[in-house]
Design a protein around this ligand. Structure first.
Ligand code: GLC
Length: 614
């Protein structure tokens, strides 16, 4: 059993504070609206305990300083309440402080899984915490400890690996990084271990998240700006598996999906986010056995459970009052209610007055929330040091990201000793619009919820990195690959369209016809073809492999594309290893089938040519 996060004296402080609180103040602590919904003064008026920025919930202008001003204003409103209970602001800093223009954006978790480097992840956690704290934010909804079972899931890249042990190791490393010198330090950031539990074990076709007849009234999907229409994406499989039903037995749930939570709790995590998904047909947000009996009872979790975004609404669609009762009684302690927060407050107050939710349950939830705030030192220092702003996007952080990118690359095919490229050799043809696109290399959860192509935030594209390493004169860039010249070596970068969550669910994981045509054109203009795949997951490329001399899985590297160039030109070695099996055909996208993978968990080649030093 993990120790209680607070010494007895501070547990007494919480007990004393709780005894002073009215029911309204207690319910306020349990309420987390989105910053675009909160009316000025409402944090004070309703004694709200938390506010969040959803994906893309950015201030205008989107700068570190304006982020800090926004968050600090909410905190000052909380400190103006009767009991001066500090607020805790939450963001999705899932691969750096990724909503903030100018922040360092690291490889998504799948790339970090390929590094198998816990110390690196710990350093990334620390650097991320410093950039998050710089904006006066002290809570990040990470790490995801999902263990993807079906690569068609749009959140596969948020999983470190299919290996529960590796997920546990890297998640606890990130938590250590968030903690830094100690949770009480003003640069610690509260992690949110998510999404509890077995979020990644759902079955294709079981999601009920999207009602095609109600798309126009879905306020959350309305913020999911993608290059294609929602209907087109639904036809490709969007929202078919995300938030679906995990049809696994308890033995599998315990053996595969629970261990990272046990490890995270042992590492001191004080927040867990409930999963939208269901287990054996019951929504996790209403699952008392999993949320209370197992998480808080058997695993001894002393922190608080936050719902996901409108997560409680899905329990009994159309009967919100019943959703509130069942969610709180199941063990949800704080409700992420992005829009209609006053409706939530009124429903919970009515439920308590009607005896449908006990005051003991309310006190337990609020005690957990207050204990986490005390553990973070928020009562002593509700604001962080604004000098931290100098660290956002700083050179040391970008160098750390470059190291992570380099270590994340996995070499899967290598013919003719084409790698490493000679930085003093003949010019290299580089092709593909995605070779020069920060948004493509960052993927989802970057500046906006879905992410998107284009110069969305400062960084170094893969092309810029290649030019920096080998000299512009040795890099002949031809985005569409249409050139009459022939080259000894060509590098083509192809990327998945950025996506997040169920918008990224896809029935088929292939390169687009345009990308295949580009590759065919370049194939005819070079002796050796190196393909760099920028993707949130393995794609089915088996039929094309014989045409390629090298295949490099680069995952979603983030802002520091030079890390790719440094490995291609031999300044850093290939050390990455596959964190997932790589499917041979679409039949292999869901684990557990009888198809032999094309490449296996742990695979990764190292060129015989070794390093090119200097
Ligand atoms: C989203 C995601 C969750 C995220 C939360 C806040 O829907 O499921 O991972 O932390 O909402 O943005």
């Amino acid at each position: 059993m993990p120790p209680h996060p607070l010494p007895p004296s501070e547990q007494q402080f919480v007990t004393h504070l709780l005894a002073q609180m009215t029911l309204e103040e207690k319910i306020g602590q349990m309420t987390q609206p989105e910053k675009n919904s909160v009316k000025a003064g409402d944090v004070t008026r309703l004694a709200l305990g938390s506010v969040l920025s959803g994906g893309g919930g950015n201030p205008d202008p989107n700068t570190p300083a304006s982020w800090r001003a926004m968050v600090s204003t909410f905190q000052d409103e909380a400190l103006a309440t009767r009991l001066k209970i500090p607020l805790i602001y939450g963001v999705d800093a899932v691969h750096g402080h990724n909503n903030v223009v100018g922040a360092t954006v690291y490889p998504h978790n799948i790339g970090l899984g390929a590094t198998r480097d816990a110390d690196l992840v710990r350093r990334i956690g620390r650097a991320t915490a410093l950039e998050v704290a710089a904006t006066d934010v002290r809570w990040s909804f990470a790490p995801a400890v999902s263990i993807p079972q079906d690569l068609r899931w749009g959140r596969s890249y948020e999983g470190y690996s299919q290996d529960p042990g590796l997920v546990s190791e890297l998640a606890t490393a990130l938590i250590d990084g968030y903690r830094g010198d100690g949770w009480r330090s003003p640069t610690s950031v509260l992690p949110s271990v998510k999404h509890y539990v077995a979020d990644a074990a759902t079955t294709w076709g079981t999601s009920r998240r999207v009602d095609r007849t109600a798309l126009n009234s879905d306020r959350t999907l309305a913020t999911a700006q993608m290059g294609q229409s929602t209907v087109e994406l639904l036809d490709l499989g969007a929202w078919q598996i995300d938030q679906g039903n995990a049809e696994i037995d308890e033995e599998t749930l315990r053996a595969v999906h629970l261990p990272p939570y046990r490890a995270a709790i042992e590492a001191g995590a004080l927040n867990v986010m409930a999963s939208y998904s269901s287990w054996q047909g019951l929504k996790l947000h209403a699952h008392r056995y999993l949320l209370t009996d197992i998480l808080k009872g058997e695993l001894g979790f002393e922190g608080f459970v936050v719902s996901d975004w409108e997560g409680i609404d899905q329990i009994h669609p159309g009967d919100y009052a019943r959703c509130v009762v069942d969610a709180i009684n199941a063990g949800i302690d704080m409700v992420m209610v992005p829009f209609d927060y006053e409706r939530f407050i009124a429903c919970l107050q009515a439920a308590v007055h009607a005896g449908r939710v006990s005051t003991e349950r309310i006190d337990d939830a609020v005690r957990r929330i207050l204990s986490a705030k005390v553990a973070l030192g928020l009562f002593e220092h509700p604001h962080t040091d604004q000098d931290l702003l100098n660290l956002v996007g700083s050179a040391p952080h970008r160098e750390l990201a470059r190291e992570a990118v380099a270590k994340s690359l996995v070499l899967l095919r290598h013919e003719g000793e084409v790698l490493p490229l000679d930085p003093r050799g003949p010019a290299v043809l580089v092709a593909g619009p995605d070779a020069d696109d920060i948004g493509a290399q960052c993927g989802g959860w970057t500046i906006s919820w879905m992410g998107g192509r284009g110069p969305t935030t400062p960084g170094t594209t893969i092309l810029e990195g290649l030019r920096a390493v080998a000299g512009a004169e040795r890099v002949h860039y031809c985005p569409d690959g249409r050139t009459e010249q022939c080259f000894p070596v060509a590098v083509v970068v192809v990327a998945e369209d950025p996506y997040a969550e169920g918008m990224g669910d896809r029935e088929r994981l292939t390169l687009s016809p345009e990308q295949l045509a580009l590759l065919k054109r370049v194939r005819e203009r070079c002796e050796r073809l190196v393909v760099v795949l920028v993707s949130g997951r393995p794609l089915v490329v088996t039929p094309h492999l014989p045409e390629w001399d090298a295949l490099v899985a680069a995952w979603l590297p983030g802002t520091e594309g030079q890390g790719v160039a440094e490995v291609l030109f031999g300044q850093r070695p290939f050390t990455g290893r596959l964190p997932f099996d790589w499917p041979r055909t679409h039949a292999g996208l869901r684990r557990g089938g009888d198809e032999r993978p094309l490449f296996r968990l742990g695979d990764g080649l190292v060129p015989a040519g070794g390093l090119v030093v200097g």
